[in-house]
Design a protein around this ligand. Structure first.
Ligand SMILES: *Cc1c(COP(=O)(O)O)cnc(C)c1O
Length: 317
């Protein structure tokens, strides 16, 4: 099937995902708050990586890959979804994960185990080491292989979120603000680029849950994805807004994030996750309290998934 600009893509998820108002939270916050349910993308426990994988695995299949490598932290939602989607296509995934965070069989590692996915841990903080290991293992396997970067955040993967912006525009609602988590950058970059193309005046806010230079990563990915679409890769700093919601560190729950997670669960019966969407929603609440998002504004929150991470939490958090 053809995606944006005729670029090959494979249908993996169930789209469009629901878009609906959050009545009680709107009243509590004094804004017109809606949610885009990319926690319901239809593969595994849902999540944003499915949209990226529709493009990435299409390229893998075109190249005849039998093995698909990817990486992330021990509890990576992206790695788990890569395994799930690769399995649907009859490809085998090998996950080379950083030996950081919860490495016992909890959360997403349970799901990887249930799918029979090959998981290897590497004791390194450098993704360069991991990509080199992928080449070693891939070459030794003797079959064609395909490497997907951390979070699926390259130009091709970013197109999945340009698609999402287009999908929102076709759902017939308009928003002043769109808020999403930013972890490796592709989701935010795709939405920011897509907002410019399809959503008129919607300002996209990236809630940074990691300490990477997203002020450079975001426009770079936007430019590279725009080039794939045959558009001018010119991005200005006014095209998006970033906020640091990382707290104590990547994949370490924050007080604000956990509070926001509980607020969403109590009032709307929707579960966010402690690593990405809880912190992102905490950022939304903060922007409303500080007037960055004014009262009465129409605001869309992207629920990007992460349910697996809930079950890797310590009981106290
Ligand atoms: C990966 C992920 C994100 C962040 O998306 P990026 O494109 O990596 O920035 C947000 N939420 C969840 C649940 C994720 O798994």
């Amino acid at each position: 099937m053809q995606g944006l600009n005729g670029i090959e893509k494979i249908a993996l998820g169930i789209f469009p995902t629901p878009l609906h108002p959050l009545k009680r939270l709107s009243d509590l916050l004094g804004i017109d708050l809606w949610i885009k349910r990319d926690d319901l993308t239809g593969v595994a426990l849902g999540g944003n990586k499915v949209r990226k994988l529709e493009y990435l695995l299409a390229e893998a299949r075109q190249q005849g890959a039998q093995l698909v490598f990817t990486t992330g932290g021990a509890q990576s939602n992206h790695a788990m979804l890569t395994a799930a989607c690769a399995g649907k296509l009859g490809m085998k995934a090998v996950l080379i994960l950083k030996k950081r965070g919860v490495t016992e069989r909890k959360g997403n590692l349970v799901l990887n185990h249930l799918m029979g996915t090959e998981v290897r841990f590497m004791d390194t903080d450098d993704y360069g080491d991991i990509y080199a290991e992928m080449d070693r293992v891939g070459t030794a396997s003797g079959v064609p292989y395909y490497k997907i970067p951390c979070g699926g955040s390259n130009a091709l993967g970013t197109l999945g979120y340009v698609d999402c912006a287009r999908e929102i525009s076709m759902q017939g609602e308009t928003f002043d603000h769109l808020v999403c988590a930013e972890g490796s950058g592709g989701t935010m970059a795709g939405l920011a680029l897509g907002a410019g193309l399809y959503l008129g005046n919607t300002l996209v806010h990236g809630m940074m849950v990691d300490r990477e230079p997203f002020d450079r990563i975001t426009p770079r990915l936007m430019g590279e994805a725009a080039a794939l679409l045959g558009k001018k890769p010119e991005v200005s700093g006014k095209d998006f807004h970033l906020l640091d919601v990382c707290g104590p560190g990547y994949a370490i729950p924050s007080h604000e994030g956990n509070e926001a997670l509980r607020m969403m669960a109590e009032n709307e019966g929707i579960f966010l996750d402690p690593v990405y969407t809880g912190k992102a929603f905490g950022g939304l609440v903060k922007m409303v309290r500080e007037g960055i998002i004014p009262k009465g504004a129409r605001v869309l929150f992207l629920h990007s998934g992460g349910a697996g991470g809930l079950f890797a939490l310590d009981a106290e958090s």
